[in-house]
Design a protein around this ligand. Structure first.
Ligand SMILES: Nc1ncnc2c1ncn2[C@@H]1O[C@H](COP(=O)(O)OP(=O)(O)O)[C@@H](O)[C@H]1O
Ligand SMILES: [Mg+2]
Length: 347
């Protein structure tokens, strides 16, 4: 096989491939390798392609007799990327003067997913540890100093109840999140009467506190048939959004919810439903907005905690909306208020 034939074949591969001779010189780069490393490397030492000691060592090992070798390296150019370098000794390629076939695979996304997973575990542990620390402290106090103090006992039992509730909510939210993640690619099978679902969700807030119920106003514009969806999940979405609007809104100012039917919406083929939840709270500075749906992202961690938040509400909302092939929009003006809008396909 000629050099040119080999080049044509290797050019069909999307990963960079570099053929190296016994003297570590580059004999051939395929098109993907030329795109990544430039076209002036043929005939040069491999070091000019990847100036990384581990990558070089990997090639050296194959040149000095190993069947294959692998290395994972971090490259900073032009952005931080993680590359897997693998070198293999080809059999019977003496004709081409090729002693190592080096392939380069960009595994940044796998690396990032791994990183996200370990960050997530660290976050969960951190979130569980603080109520646990508080519970352990109280148990010690109740065993010792406050043993015979009835009023202290009452106070501590109350705190214990609160902390246990917090752990319970966190675990509930984690389970919800994992459930929607598992079903992420399965379309919901049910049909939902959205105006009724909204009425019921609003009622759970207004009936909860008899003395000082939040002012939530709900209106529907236009008439709507049943829409495809999972009723429990959609309830969870609007429950979360309304709860946030009440929590982070201003006491006494109304939360306004509007359901309207859109004949056309960007990104939707047919009719869509728009449900917006608007509060008159302090608003959200623009740089926070893209990050709000990240797990455990809170603008004011102390405030969220004090109000019983887990920081997972919007992450769950986003997953459910995605599963319904919908969109979530967040608009906010500092000092004026915030509107969360969910668009869902209506047919
Ligand atoms: N309506 C809102 N107004 C202002 N900030 C909000 C609003 N909704 C959400 N946020 C911010 O987004 C963060 C994440 O929300 P969420 O995921 O529901 O977590 P949680 O409510 O448990 O803190 C909140 O901690 C808060 O800082
Ligand atoms: Mg919330």
């Amino acid at each position: 096989m000629t050099h040119q034939t080999v080049r044509s074949i290797l050019n069909t591969l999307s990963h960079p491939v570099i053929l190296v001779d016994a003297g570590r010189r580059i004999r051939l780069l395929n098109a993907a390798a030329i795109e990544q490393f430039g076209d002036e490397l043929e005939g040069q030492d491999f070091v000019h392609a990847l100036r990384d000691p581990e990558a070089l060592d990997c090639v050296e090992r194959v040149l000095s007799g190993s069947q294959s070798a692998e290395a994972i390296i971090q490259s900073m150019l032009p952005v931080r990327t993680t590359l897997k370098i693998s070198a293999v000794r080809p059999e019977g390629a003496e004709e081409l003067d090729c002693r190592a076939v080096v392939t380069v695979t960009d595994i940044s996304h796998i690396f990032e997913a791994e990183q996200m997973r370990s960050d997530f575990v660290a976050n969960v542990s951190h979130e569980l540890r603080s109520p646990l620390t508080s519970l352990t402290g109280i148990i010690e106090t109740l065993k010792g100093a406050a043993k015979d103090d009835e009023s202290a006992r009452q106070k501590f039992l109350e705190i214990m109840g609160r902390e246990a509730g917090r752990m319970n909510r966190l675990i509930g939210d984690l389970l919800s999140l994992s459930k929607v993640e598992v079903n992420a690619h399965v379309r919901p099978a049910g049909l939902v009467d959205l105006p009724k679902l909204m009425e019921q969700t609003v009622a759970t807030f207004t009936s909860r506190s008899k003395s000082n119920p939040p002012d939530i106003r709900f209106e529907t514009l236009g008439s709507l048939d049943l829409v495809p969806g999972d009723a429990d999940e959609l309830t969870q979405v609007f429950h979360n959004l309304i709860e946030n609007a009440v929590k982070y809104g201003v006491d006494g100012a109304p939360v306004r919810i509007r359901l309207s039917v859109l004949e056309q919406a960007p990104g939707f083929r047919g009719k869509a439903v728009s449900i917006s939840v608007r509060d008159q709270g302090g608003g959200i500075a623009p740089h926070h907005i893209p990050r709000l749906t990240e797990r455990f992202y809170r603008i004011d961690e102390g405030r969220s905690r004090k109000q019983g938040g887990t920081g997972l509400g919007l992450a769950i909302v986003k997953h459910i909306v995605n599963r319904h092939l919908g969109r979530l929009h967040i608009e906010s003006e500092v000092g004026v208020g915030t509107t969360f809008t969910v668009h869902l396909p209506a047919a």
